[in-house]
Design a binder for this molecule. Structure first.
Ligand code: NOJ
Length: 542
């Protein structure tokens, strides 16, 4: 696998910039807010942060509609402020990744303005334009992830442009070498400023079938009142997602990244991890792919056993998976695992299992505080997927994007000095705020900090030593061994006992405060308790 790289065994953290911390009191998070919270991030034991898009944008998809890849939206700050943030993060040993959105731009991007201005404009071919079908309708049956067809007719030039997301997010044409050149230049723009890598949005989605064939239906056609997600999964996306030449694009980027020792983390949103293999196995393109099937895990021992094993099988010795706990697109782990304090306790156990895996761990902001989803009322919806499909049961991503509670005081719990923010604080309590949790024994923040520091202190966890499984898929304890370390979680509601391998095992981390210092033979685990154990006697077999 070409030796140890800095991201192997590292822990990253996703900052959804609008909701992390507001530095200027306008109710929207910004770069100044991130700068003010760097100590929180460094103390937690992180190695890198990934900041979601901060580029100039009309904000229809909250930054994932980029109008200029080489600047900062005034809502979030300035390039000078970004440079200062980068320097201050580096001073604390935190690397910084930015979010690159190569599949589509904003319809307000200069390239698209020019592209739609005339069929003869030199930028026409930067985007995907097709003639109407013979009946005047869209060129094929592809659908947008966010509802409706993936095509919008441009009346002036008489052709349809493609958009796998909103009509305001036209897809770039990756068959055009000029687009490829633009992006290698954009990579260098940020790398020259000192960034340490990129998270790549919808990384499986850049290129499409050259013949633009219809996608087959998986089963019956979706009902007319179906929501966007139901419609989307009704099709087998064989012609516009996961096309063979996506990985070729990343080979070019890999060469650029290598000059800067930068990492490329792809959002390869293919829910069967086996389909992700080709993006990571050769390590000549993306270095890491987010293991996004984990964004849907529940509190189910068999499911966790199977997904962790599958992750190891797929990644092989590439160390090519990044294991996310939660994200800005799907329900938070404590909510998926039952909600409330119980859900948070289970989510910490689940995070412990991920922290022991060979690869990279990625937390989403608020995971360290044990935060669950917030019930955002429909009149406050900002997520275009929910707001534009009001008559369907569409999950609103707003519920995972609400502001972070930092302090016990004020209506917005330290997120902003304003009385409200772009999304509500909801039912978060002062006790959940970072300031109250810091230093409180057993709080989610204190336990996550202990976990990440323990992970750092156990070198085998950052190596390519594969797990050897200590329990079977039908077992309520999920446990594996990597060299001198055992990782175990009791994924059940009863007390359970783990049979330990030979030797004396010291508790290096426990998700619950009560745990023995050492154990031999067996180890008792309370419901939802997870531990990292290290062998302390001389024998290191296994
Ligand atoms: C994936 C991002 O995570 C999501 O938030 C966004 O809406 C889509 N890509 C479109 O860019």
């Amino acid at each position: 696998m070409g030796g140890q790289r800095w991201w192997h065994g590292a822990t990253g953290y996703e900052i959804y910039i609008r909701s992390f911390a507001d530095g200027n009191g306008d109710g929207v998070g910004d770069l100044a807010g991130i700068r003010s919270r760097l100590d929180h991030l460094a103390d937690l034991g992180l190695d890198f942060i990934w900041i979601t898009p901060f580029y100039p944008s009309p904000g229809h998809d909250h930054g994932y509609d980029v109008a200029d890849y080489r600047d900062i939206d005034p809502l979030f700050g300035t390039l000078d402020e970004f440079d200062a943030l980068l320097a201050e993060a580096h001073d604390r040993g935190l690397r910084v990744l930015v979010d690159l959105v190569p599949n589509h731009t904003s319809d307000e991007h200069e390239w698209f303005r020019r592209s739609r201005s005339s069929r003869d404009d030199p930028y026409r071919d930067h985007y995907v334009w097709r003639d109407p079908a013979p009946d005047g309708g869209p060129p094929n049956n592809w659908v947008s992830h966010f509802g409706g067809p993936a095509w919008t007719l441009d009346q002036r030039t008489g052709q349809y442009y493609m958009h796998l997301f909103l009509p305001e997010q036209p897809d770039l044409n990756w068959a055009n070498p000029a687009v490829r050149e633009e992006f290698e230049d954009i990579l260098r723009f940020w790398l020259d400023r000192g960034v340490d890598g990129f998270r790549i949005d919808v990384a499986h989605s850049l290129t499409e079938d050259r013949d633009f064939r219809d996608n087959p239906l998986v089963g019956p056609a979706p009902a007319p009142d179906a929501g966007p997600r139901e419609i989307f999964i009704a099709y087998d996306h064989v012609h516009e997602l996961d096309q063979p030449d996506n990985t070729e694009v990343y080979r070019g980027w890999n060469a650029v990244a290598a000059e800067y020792d930068a990492v490329l983390i792809g959002e390869v949103y293919l829910l069967d991890p086996r389909n992700v293999r080709r993006y990571i196995e050769a390590q000549d393109g993306l270095h890491l792919a987010l293991y996004l099937r984990l964004a849907f895990t529940t509190w189910d021992a068999r499911e966790l056993h199977e997904l962790l094993r599958l992750g190891v099988d797929v990644a092989g010795d590439s160390l090519g998976f990044a294991y996310p706990v939660s994200s800005h697109d799907d329900s938070r782990a404590p909510t998926r695992m039952g909600g409330g304090e119980l859900g948070a306790r289970r989510a910490l156990a689940h995070t412990t299992l991920l922290a022991g895996m060979p690869g990279t761990l990625v937390l989403f902001q608020g995971d360290e505080l044990g935060l669950t989803d917030v019930d955002v009322p429909p009149e406050r919806y900002a997520d275009p997927v929910a707001a534009r499909n009001p008559d369907t049961a569409t999950f609103s991503r707003d519920s995972v994007r609400t502001p972070i509670p930092w302090a016990p005081d004020g209506p917005m719990l330290g997120f902003t000095t304003a009385d409200d923010a772009w999304l509500p604080m909801g039912d978060r309590t002062p006790q959940q705020s970072a300031d109250v949790q810091r230093g409180t024994p057993g709080s989610p923040l204190e336990r996550h900090t202990a976990l990440l520091h323990a992970r750092r202190s156990l070198p085998v966890l950052g190596s390519d030593t594969p797990p050897s499984w200590l329990t079977e898929p039908q077992d309520p304890i999920v446990a594996y061994r990597r060299g001198d370390v055992v990782v175990a979680a009791n994924v059940s509601d009863g007390d359970r006992t783990l049979a330990l391998p030979d030797g004396t095992w010291a508790t290096r981390f426990s998700s619950l405060l009560v745990a023995p210092d050492h154990a031999t033979g067996t180890y008792d685990l309370a419901p939802a308790q997870a531990v990292l154990l290290q062998r302390t006697d001389a024998g290191q077999d296994g």
